[in-house]
Ligand binder design. Structure first.
Ligand code: PLP
Length: 309
């Protein structure tokens, strides 16, 4: 037993990571038959706080519903478990990963009958997701198409869906870019590999709607609230790649990437190829919100140390 091993909350118990046992025959491993979440922890004047904890837990349960994956815990129980793991793993843990997946039934048949489920919550240290991205990220349009909402649920964070995201992200990295822009089956902008996409044109903010095939990002929602509070018009509508190329500003949003300005798309500069004024304004309010410095958005933050272990 490693005394300082990271702790994982696994099926209701807080265990040392090296004590968690999962069968090699797990359906989750073979077929990506599971769902996950990603949350960030921030230092605030009140202590360490989780950003939009309950919203993430609600999405987690909704994702599980789509796979008929039974998570026998409520939003409150999952939220308490998240806090317990964060407390156990200390201040370096800045990213939380809840995962629910199908285990094994001694069979690998796609009938997948009587398969038990497991729920795990772990943390890692993530730091900045897109390294060196402060000056703006470079994007390529992926040659891989985003699956349609008729092939899978894109509203749910289904593990297996992320094979598509990973091959696109790796394609971008191989070409020296930071991120991949994914187009949907109609050739319209869907999202990036793990971020939603926004563009600014003539002072208005646009982002594709859910029917264009994207995850309803919680950061996307936060940005729409902040932008509207700042007095901007935010419109959800289909966006073409050609429009992005002539946008004044483009930025991406995600729990991992936070608010990430985009500098280039397919080698062409976006606007002046530096983070634009509207992006910076929203970024600044978002950064205050997650640092607990914006009273208006304090309901988005959940203190980790509120409850005893
Ligand atoms: C495919 C995809 N799109 C968008 C996002 C951004 O969502 P959120 O802001 O909830 O992290 C994520 C990250 O979870 C994602 O995986």
């Amino acid at each position: 037993m490693t005394a300082n091993a990271a702790k994982v909350w696994f099926d209701g118990k807080l265990l040392n990571e090296d004590k968690v046992k999962v069968s090699i025959l797990s359906y989750g491993l073979h077929y990506g038959w599971g769902v996950y979440e990603g949350l960030r922890v921030y230092d605030t004047p009140r202590g360490r706080e989780v950003f939009r904890l309950r919203d993430h837990m609600v999405r987690f349960l909704n994702s599980a519903k789509v796979l008929r994956l039974d998570i026998p815990y409520s939003v409150d129980q999952l939220s308490s478990a998240v806090k317990a793991v964060c407390r156990a793993n200390g201040p370096r843990a800045d990213y939380i990963r809840p995962l629910a997946f199908y285990g094994e039934n001694g069979d690998l048949s796609l009938s997948a009958l009587n398969v038990p489920t497991h729920v795990a919550i772990m943390t890692i240290h993530m730091g900045k997701y897109i390294k060196g991205g402060s000056a703006g990220a470079s994007l390529i349009t992926s040659s891989w198409e985003k699956p349609t909402s008729r092939s899978t649920s894109l509203t749910a964070k289904i593990c297996g869906n992320y094979v598509n995201s990973i091959i696109a992200k790796k394609e971008a990295l191989r070409q020296g870019a930071d991120e991949a822009l994914m187009l949907n089956h109609s050739g319209l902008v869907a999202e990036a590999s793990a971020e939603n996409v926004f563009m600014v044109r003539n002072g208005k903010i646009y982002t594709p709607g859910v029917s264009d095939g994207l995850l309803e990002g919680i950061t996307r929602d936060s940005v729409m609230v902040i932008a509207r509070d700042l007095g901007y018009t935010v419109e959800e509508r289909s966006i073409t790649r050609a429009e992005l190329l002539v946008a004044d500003e483009v930025f991406m949003t995600g729990t991992a990437a936070e608010i990430q300005p985009v500098r280039t798309l397919d080698g062409l500069p976006i606007g002046k190829s530096v983070p634009g004024p509207i992006t910076k304004r929203i970024q600044s309010v978002f950064s205050k919100a997650v640092k607990g410095q914006a009273e208006q958005y304090s309901h988005w933050m959940d203190l980790i140390d509120e409850m005893p272990i």
